[in-house]
Design a protein around this ligand. Structure first.
Ligand SMILES: CCC/C=C/C=C/C(=O)SCCNC(=O)CCNC(=O)[C@H](O)C(C)(C)COP(=O)(O)OP(=O)(O)OC[C@H]1O[C@@H](n2cnc3c(N)ncnc32)[C@H](O)[C@@H]1OP(=O)(O)O
Length: 303
């Protein structure tokens, strides 16, 4: 019933399916550059969908990414999310004609302060749209096939789990196009791979990272033989996450994200205050009781 529900399928669905997906249809329609589906119960799949332009990240897709993840953050039928790219490659990074158009917009002004105001606002908006993946309390699994370049690497670094297929490659390409990366790679890559010398090398040389190196350095946690097995593996992991208590999963993600930017003691305070409330949730009581009595895991209410 839940296999890859697209909007077209929804229109032809029996009432029983619609009952389960009404929530989905009412909020997830209207994306033009993303294909948003619910392939399994509580699991959403967000696919970058500009295959003819190799999923280059134009302004429209950038804004849709922010909007999509901010909506999924609030949806109680969403417990985990898989991010993929349609077509030949995952994404060719920033849309280059869009960058040129931005240059045209700047050229309308002579004064440096006016130009800076436009750039500051644009960069802030773009950064916030990618940070939506991190803001979203539902875990995001990025599944990368073939190329993941520049801005696309910024994007997946805001995800919680990264995996790829054996044809994947990654590139911090910004230095090669004459700019310092400004959408998160310079901040998130060091934390993701924990090797500052390697981070410096990759960001300063723009050399490609192949799957074996990506796995060895911790940029991805799994490499699959093919793109199909990658997507299947990512969905299987998302399903596993979705089977757990949403109280536990969402608070675990929030606490892990918080821990990256705070001291151990501040993190311990954070989880202590949260768990003063969350340890009283029925999820904890029911799951702990099931473990203690060797009963099957309980079903959890939506959150
Ligand atoms: C304000 C925000 C700050 C953000 C900064 C972000 C920075 C970055 O992302 S830096 C990286 C920028 N990206 C690139 O430099 C990659 C450019 N593309 C390529 O090198 C090649 O396309 C690639 C190696 C990925 C694939 O080569 P292939 O020969 O297989 O395909 P192509 O014939 O080149 O491309 C097919 C069509 O896709 C269009 N396209 C490819 N990349 C982009 C792009 N980045 N932006 C816009 N369009 C792109 C390409 O023009 C072709 O379209 P068409 O001519 O209509 O068939």
């Amino acid at each position: 019933m839940f296999s890859s529900i697209t909007l077209r399928q929804l229109k032809n669905s029996p009432i029983s399916t619609l009952k389960h997906t009404r929530n989905f249809a009412s909020t997830m329609e209207g994306f033009k550059e993303l294909n948003v589906t619910m392939p399994k119960p509580f699991v959403y799949k967000v696919e970058l969908n500009r295959p003819k332009k190799l999923n280059a990240l134009n302004r429209a897709i950038w804004f849709e990414i922010g909007k999509c993840f901010d909506i999924l953050a609030t949806k109680d039928d969403c417990r985990s999310i898989v991010l993929t790219g349609a077509g030949k490659i995952f994404s060719a990074g920033i849309d280059l004609p869009d960058m040129i158009a931005l240059g045209g917009k700047l050229a309308e002004h002579e004064d440096v302060a006016r130009k800076c105001k436009i750039l500051e606002q644009t960069l802030k908006d773009y950064q916030d749209h990618f940070t939506a993946l991190e803001r979203c309390p539902k875990p995001v699994i990025a599944a990368v096939h073939s190329a993941c370049i520049g801005g696309a690497l910024d994007l997946i670094l805001a995800a919680d789990i990264r995996m790829c297929s054996s044809d994947a490659w990654f590139q911090v390409k910004e230095a090669e196009i004459g700019m310092a990366a400004d959408m998160g790679t310079l901040q998130r890559l060091p934390r993701a791979i924990g090797n500052q010398s390697l981070v410096n090398e990759l960001c300063l040389t723009s050399r490609k990272i192949e799957p074996t190196e990506a796995k060895d350095c911790g940029l991805v946690s799994k490499v699959f033989d093919t793109r199909d097995s990658l997507v299947a593996g990512a969905l299987e992991m998302a399903e596993q996450i979705a089977s757990k208590s949403p109280v536990a999963v969402q608070l675990t993600k929030r606490t892990l994200v918080h821990a990256r930017n705070n001291s151990t003691q501040t993190g311990l305070d954070f989880i202590r205050y949260w768990n003063m409330a969350m340890l009283q949730s029925e999820d904890f009581i029911n799951a702990a009781m099931a473990q203690a009595t060797k009963s099957p895991p309980p079903a959890f209410a939506k959150l």
